[in-house]
Design a protein. Sequence first.
Length: 291
Amino acid sequence: MTDAAHASPDMTPERSILRSTFTHVVLIALSFVMLYPLLWMLSGSLRPANDIFGDQVSLIPSQVSVEAYGKGWFGLQVSFGTFFLNSLLIAVLATIGNVMAASVTAFAFTRLEFFGKRFWFALMLGTLMLPYHVTLIPQYVLFQQLHWVNTWLPLVVPKFFAVDAFFIFLMVQFFRGLPRELDEAAQMDGCSAWRIYWKIILPLSVPVLATAAIFSFIWTWEDFFGPLIYLNDINTYTVQLGLRSMVDASGASDWGALFAMSILSLIPIFLIFLFFQRLLIEGIATTGMKR
């Protein structure tokens, strides 16, 4: 509905249009303020190296150059395409593991009866309040004893064991809104619990599954601390570590190349949100509703 529909009865059409116009102008101005750093970084990636910090206000470069993209892509020992491929594989595997493990665990908490279910659910929620850094050292010692350090395994394997309580809680809230009559009807037809999960719950849970998948992919793609701890070989680096490798502590960093690769690193996130925003919004909206 438009702003005019929500306007008070005594508000004239002219005042309603003026109010709507003012609101849109303010929102556009605030959006520009929020996007300015990103636009400036894009502008910097298209400027010659000696002109990046020359005019920090203007977003339109006086001379357009794409040289920074070539320098950034081939500027390290390993092509930046390797970092993109590594990040993509890690993010996809972590997303699959999170969605699979979290959905099975949420199904057990909402549809199955077992001893201590409330206790284990409360314990799972308690892990949400546990900072990642608290468990970092024990996890590192464990993975080091398993000889998993400097491999992708510490970043991928735990995802298949439902370690992200946020996604479990998200799916539990959604599964609770699904009618239990569907389960009862399926049980009368001889369906097992696994078949109910696979044939009934999952097809009805596409919005929340998509939401969990999108968040999982984005968080894994943007993760810097995890790969920094476990990856030492440049051939296994992710995009975030690749960007960090382009920053020289001596101050001789190629800022144009860094800006260019930073812009490219945002493209997968932008495309995912562009194509799946409807499912993302629907999943977030329906998860918090009481039915």
